[in-house]
Write a protein that binds this ligand. Structure first.
Ligand SMILES: Cc1ncc(COP(=O)(O)O)c(C=O)c1O
Length: 412
């Protein structure tokens, strides 16, 4: 079986040689040299300001690699902020998104030097304005006004063609109707100069993406106008896709740049921002896990792995498996297996995927595209299994960044 195109064969020998007893329940590896090359390629343009959505992968080495490629950072919690600051990154390069910002959190972020906020409710807007007023009073001098973008959630009236495909209501941002009650001059301590919109996920078609972005321009520019806002910044979130299902679909970055240059001109903004998650880091990550059992059940071949959704939950919540390959080489013909983890729930399934039919107990499987929404998006505590280690592969060597931890480390 030849290695799939998502597998960087430069890491193969290191994975084959890695036999640490501590990692017998599965571990993550991130190929940092490949990540660096990819990020540098994304930066070869002057159309978009790029941010990294830290939620996709908050490992220190990943953040440092993004920093070295001049990315800025989108944080959505105090924990993410602390992790980015701990890498020595200036708060001036940090943006705060997320629907659960209390006044206390806003105050703490401002105190730590964060100057850019995506505001998602009327309360957040009022609180941030109050925080700056209070800070101005205590510091007895003019405090710099933070840059504020308002997050908009669009819906299309019944019967009208909806480019988003559905009108599901989320807590992310507010409708045009709600924001229309705001006049930016009512918030003198804030520089409200941008809009943020992001209501799509894992897009794999340039045409669809462009059409979607294009349909956002009119409602957003008209909203800015109604609010008395000079629209300087448009943030189109993330959502650029990864071909998890190997459908042969891939976004062209060059086309995205050309399309966004067009959107920028249409909307008349000075800056266009994206906060990339999976498109930045998914490809650099691998998850390696041993096979614990193989059996035939009602004529279906099943593999049971040492870990499943306790380490990588995404397949269960999106119904999209990560692609898999056998670590060793095999000339055996392929067949489809149901691949399960160790948890006592039928949700613990990593997919119905093809592998060589001589796969056996103690073989190791490698899952691809695990650089985003892997380790920190899992459910590690159920059944008291081990937390997975995280390694980086850099300059030809595998280096452990976070060791595996047994259940005794978190059970009280
Ligand atoms: C506000 C915001 N921006 C960007 C992203 C990154 O999305 P993606 O991984 O699809 O690029 C997310 C993900 O949830 C998000 O919530």
């Amino acid at each position: 079986m030849t290695k799939p195109n998502w597998f960087d064969t430069r890491i193969e020998d290191a994975l084959l040689a890695h036999n640490s007893p501590d990692d017998e329940q599965g571990y993550f590896v991130y190929q940092l040299d490949a990540l660096k090359d990819h990020l540098e390629q994304l930066q070869q343009q002057d159309v978009i300001k790029l941010w990294f959505a830290v939620k996709a992968n908050p490992l220190s080495k990943i953040i440092q690699t993004l920093d070295s490629a001049n990315f800025n950072f989108d944080v959505a919690s105090a924990g993410e902020l602390a992790q980015v600051l701990a890498q020595g990154i200036s708060p001036a390069r940090i943006l705060n998104t997320g629907p659960a910002k209390s006044k206390k959190q806003l105050k703490a972020f401002v105190k730590l030097g964060v100057k850019t906020f995506v505001v998602e409710s009327l309360n957040q807007l009022t609180w941030l304005n109050e925080v700056i007023t209070e800070q101005t009073l205590t510091e007895q001098g003019k405090v710099e006004r933070p840059t504020v973008l308002l997050r908009v959630q669009l819906q299309w009236p019944d019967g009208e063609k909806n480019p988003l495909g559905g009108n599901s209501l989320t807590p992310f941002g507010l409708s045009v109707e709600e924001w229309q009650n705001v006049q930016v001059t009512d918030y003198p301590n804030l520089d409200i100069c941008g809009l943020h919109i992001f209501q799509w996920g894992n897009m794999l078609s340039n045409e669809k993406m462009y059409s979607l972005w294009g349909q956002m321009v009119a409602p957003l520019t008209s909203l800015a106008n109604d609010m008395g806002m000079k629209l300087k910044i448009l943030d189109l979130g993330g959502g650029l896709g990864i071909d998890y299902l190997n459908e042969g679909k891939q976004l062209s970055w060059q086309q995205i740049i050309a399309d966004l240059a067009d959107i920028k001109a249409q909307s008349g903004v000075e800056e266009l921002w994206l906060e990339l998650g999976r498109f930045a880091v998914a490809e650099c990550g691998y998850y390696v896990v041993p096979v614990v059992d193989r059996k035939v059940n009602y004529a279906q071949e099943q593999l049971v792995l040492a870990a499943g959704i306790n380490h990588i939950i995404r397949p269960a919540i999106t119904d999209q498996p990560f692609p898999v390959t056998l670590l060793r080489s095999s000339a055996a013909p392929s067949q489809a297996f149901d691949i399960h983890g160790p948890l006592c729930t039928s949700m613990d399934k990593l997919g119905h995927l093809t592998l060589p039919n001589d796969v056996t107990v103690d073989d190791k499987l490698v899952f691809g595209y695990c650089g985003a929404y892997g380790f920190t998006e899992s459910m590690p505590f159920f059944l008291c299994h081990q937390l997975a280690a995280e390694y980086v592969f850099q300059a030809g060597a595998l280096v452990e960044i976070r060791a595996a931890l047994p259940a005794t480390s978190y059970l009280a």
